[in-house]
Design a protein around this ligand. Structure first.
Ligand code: ADP
Length: 489
């Protein structure tokens, strides 16, 4: 069964219960009040008849023993005149003395137990309900008692319940008919409402199906204008689609970039093998050159695969090691390793504070080496590369500044992107695949820090890695980093 049908059924079910309870309540309270009215009528008539007999309906008679005793004058009942009520008066032994003419001579027998009524039943009486020729009749039987407690007769007032039954019958028809109509309207309304309420969800489902069929993550679900649950749902789904689309494109670009980058060294090696197979083995000069080329390409391939491995680890959010690292010692170590590569570029150490941070020593060294190698590569002979370490505003700040070619304003925001190379042909020649700075940024962020760059084309660049000091852990964005350190030296 569909959700819509279940919703409609549930609505209608609740409404049925509510209407049923309300109908029962109305029916029973009306019934109660009608029967209360009948009771009041019977008691009012009883009082009236009692008054009639008190006013002269008792006859004193001398008994054979010579005592004076009171007897009922039955015919006095004729004075009582109410077309809706019939009255009968009986002697103490239950023999009918007289009755009002509207009973048409039909004798209504006394109900069982009437003869047992005594003086103490004067105010309670005996109520009975019977059916004669299809008409229900309610009777009130009370004793007629003298002041001395002597029961001189029994009075029975009867009232047909035709009007009460008619009213209750009509009420039942109205309640059942009205309830049925209300239920039909409710069921139709509930079906309509649930259809309208679920329509936007249908739309979302259709769009989602369209996206699946067309394999187009660029599509979006239309957002309803009202700020309600559906609005939030569609916005969330759209955000999810946006994120999926972004990830999907990144993935596609990444695979394309990797294949492209791998193809170049492999093609070069294939070319070199071709040269060798054509007899270069016999020519020592060409042989040396070819093997040198192949060595370089193989080294480049190994470096790139290593870099990709590091980035893959960063993607899977693998935890980095957490150990105390003396950054000043690390800086010196990197400085010593880079000195052999510096050639005609002067490598020097600037500020060197003593700083201890918690982190992964190998990763930090790799990041610093990447910055140093880049700086040397992009600085012409005679230029300077300065490495430094300072404490700044709760951070350890490792800087590598050069007086090299610098980076243009257009390229500057992208240098940390994967596979980004400012000058593709030159960089390829120098061996980079555009992954070094991505690794630097990942290492900084994995240590809850950040990596920044400032550059002036033609004058040089300053790269910095900001790491929070252990006692003051803090996450920063590049905008929060102190500005003066971003200036090139
Ligand atoms: P690569 O391995 O190609 O050097 P990187 O991610 O390390 O890749 O650097 C990306 C690009 O940023 C480089 O191709 C280069 O154009 C630019 N770059 C990096 N460091 C410097 C620097 N110190 N001076 C000028 N340009 C730089």
């Amino acid at each position: 069964m569909s959700f819509r049908a279940r919703l409609t059924l549930a609505y209608t079910g609740f409404f049925t219960v509510a209407v049923f309870l309300l109908g029962c309540g109305i029916y029973f309270s009306v019934r109660q009040s009608l029967y209360g009215g009948v009771e009041r009528d019977l008691w009012a008539a009883t009082q009236q008849v009692r008054a009639i007999f008190n006013a002269g309906g008792l006859e004193p008679i001398r008994t054979p023993s010579g005592e004076i005793s009171l007897f009922l004058k039955g015919e006095f009942i004729q004075i009582f005149n109410n077309p809706n009520l019939g009255a009968q008066v009986f002697g103490p032994t239950g023999d009918l003395l007289d009755s009002t003419p509207n009973l048409g001579g039909r004798g209504l027998a006394l109900p069982e137990g009437s003869l047992d009524l005594g003086a103490d039943n004067f105010n309670s009486g005996l109520t009975s309900l019977r059916e004669i020729s299809g008409v229900r009749i309610q009777s009130l039987v009370t004793p007629l008692v003298l002041k001395n407690g002597q029961v001189v007769g029994i009075l029975q007032i009867s009232r047909p319940l035709k009007d009460v039954d008619l009213t209750l019958g009509q009420l039942t028809v109205i309640l059942l008919g009205g309830g049925a109509i209300a239920l039909m309207i409710t069921a139709a309304g509930a079906a309509l409402l649930s259809r309208r309420a679920l329509l936007p969800i249908d739309l979302v489902t259709q769009t989602a199906q369209g996206i699946v069929r067309a394999e187009d993550l660029g599509q979006r679900v239309p957002v309803p204008p009202q700020q309600d649950e559906l609005h939030r749902l569609t916005v969330t789904i759209n955000e999810l689609l946006g994120r999926l689309e972004g990830l999907f494109h990144t993935q596609q670009r990444f695979v394309a970039d990797v294949s492209h980058e791998l193809r170049t060294p492999l093609a070069a090696m294939q070319g070199n093998l071709e040269i060798l197979s054509r007899g270069a083995v016999t020519n020592p000069e060409i042989l040396d050159e070819t093997i040198g080329d192949m060595r370089r390409e193989t080294a480049r391939l190994i470096r790139m695969v290593n870099d990709l491995l590091v980035l893959a680890q960063s993607d899977t959010r693998r935890q980095i090691r957490s150990e105390p690292v003396e950054l000043d010692t690390l800086l010196l170590e990197v400085y010593r390793e880079l000195r052999t590569l510096a050639g005609a570029v002067t490598l020097r150490i600037g500020a060197e504070d003593q700083v201890l941070v918690t982190g992964d020593r190998d990763r930090l060294k790799q990041a610093l080496l990447n910055l140093g190698v880049n700086a040397i590569q992009h600085t012409a002979a005679g230029g300077y590369v300065t490495m430094g370490l300072e404490r700044r505003d709760g951070f350890a700040c490792l800087t590598v500044a050069d007086t090299g070619e610098g980076i243009s304003d257009d390229d500057l925001p992208h240098v940390f992107d994967r596979f980004f190379r400012a000058d593709r042909s030159r960089s390829r020649h120098s061996g980079g695949a555009g992954l070094g700075l991505s690794i630097v940024r990942w290492v900084a962020e994995a240590h809850k820090g950040t990596a920044t760059v400032a550059s002036i084309p033609g004058r040089g660049s300053t790269f910095a890695i900001w790491l929070p000091l252990p006692d003051e852990p803090k996450e920063v964005s590049p905008d929060e980093a102190p500005a003066e350190l971003l200036e090139p030296v």
